[in-house]
Design a protein around this ligand. Structure first.
Ligand code: G4P
Length: 290
């Protein structure tokens, strides 16, 4: 889903989430485990007010497991419950209701002490487009639900989806915007496929991706494409990055007249294979450096 985030849309998205907050006990903030910072809304604390919140690192099957562990520790240190899941297969998704209950343990204990039987925890999933909200809702629900964007008058048509006996989910997720004014965030979102290529130029995205791969996953890059080249030492020198893109293109037969490399084709290959996980599990933002 591609959304143009003009100020009016942001205000509406924010209002829609805040309307829903009145209906729920906890917010589930879904981030992409490969880019936990770039997939985060810059105003999330402000938008979610003081609602208890858990952080779910989605697409963890595509992320570097060691980096994911470091992010979990980091978020826990900051006071959030946090779990990494793979919603495409369901790995660890089943632990979310238990974690939600843990988050509300004080409230639940209070109710029990007054002889009140606590009802299921009511939750809302929030996150930027394409982070995996619908996939996670379907996985938690255990069936496919037609998930639409926000409808007008959201609080009226809202449905609760039962997740076992302990949790109920709102059927429409809260859609947040990314920190798109930062170009690096834009490129990281594009690299992971969260922003469609029509918005940014494919060669620019692949250039950015190749530079990140050279700096963070050089051996993987060399192994995957079988290139025999010297590692660039100065990543500020764009011709050095292009040299690697050309080597990849040459290896894959992306040639045009005069023996030159078709950079657009080579860019497509780099991005496709990276997004499909062919270069292994990659994380582009480390908890230790932020
Ligand atoms: P959204 O509601 O937040 O906009 O995101 P959505 O669930 O539509 O997911 C966006 C893409 O991310 C989908 O792929 C979906 O399959 C994929 N995805 C979601 N969660 C995970 C995960 O944990 N692991 C992996 N590997 N992928 C995940 P798509 O290519 O856009 O669609 P499709 O090919 O799956 O139909």
């Amino acid at each position: 889903m591609t959304i143009q985030w003009f100020p009016g849309h942001m205000t509406r998205a924010r209002r829609q989430i805040q309307d829903k907050l009145k209906l729920i006990d906890i917010a589930v903030e879904l981030l992409d485990a490969r880019i936990p910072l770039s997939s985060r809304n810059p105003m999330v604390d402000e938008i979610l007010l003081n609602k208890p919140r858990m952080i779910v690192l989605g697409k963890s099957d595509l992320a570097d497991p060691r980096e994911t562990e470091a992010w979990i520790e980091r978020f826990k240190y900051e006071g959030h419950e946090c779990i990494a899941v793979d919603a495409s297969t369901g790995t660890r998704v089943g632990e979310i209701p238990g974690l939600a209950k843990k988050l509300l343990h004080e409230k639940i204990a209070k109710q029990l002490s007054k002889g009140i039987n606590p009802r299921a925890v009511r939750a809302l999933i929030v996150g930027i487009p394409n982070v995996g909200k619908s996939t996670l809702i379907n996985r938690l629900a255990g069936r496919n639900i037609a998930i639409t964007g926000d409808r007008p008058g959201v609080t009226k048509g809202q449905q609760w989806i039962k997740v076992g006996t302990e949790m109920e989910l709102l059927d429409t997720p809260g859609i947040l915007w990314p920190k798109f004014e930062d170009p690096i965030v834009g490129y990281r979102l594009a690299m992971t496929g969260a922003i469609r290529e029509q918005i940014l130029n494919i060669e620019d995205i692949a250039f950015f991706a190749t530079r990140e791969l050279i700096s963070r996953y050089w051996d993987t890059l060399v192994d995957r494409f079988g290139i025999d080249v010297e590692r660039p030492t100065d990543l500020e020198d764009s011709s050095e990055v292009v040299r690697i893109m050309e080597a990849i293109g040459r290896k894959r037969g992306c040639l045009i007249s005069g023996g030159n490399v078709d950079l657009e084709k080579s860019s497509g290959i780099i991005l496709r294979e990276m997004r499909a996980g062919k270069l292994g599990r990659l994380t582009l933002e480390s908890a230790s450096t932020y």
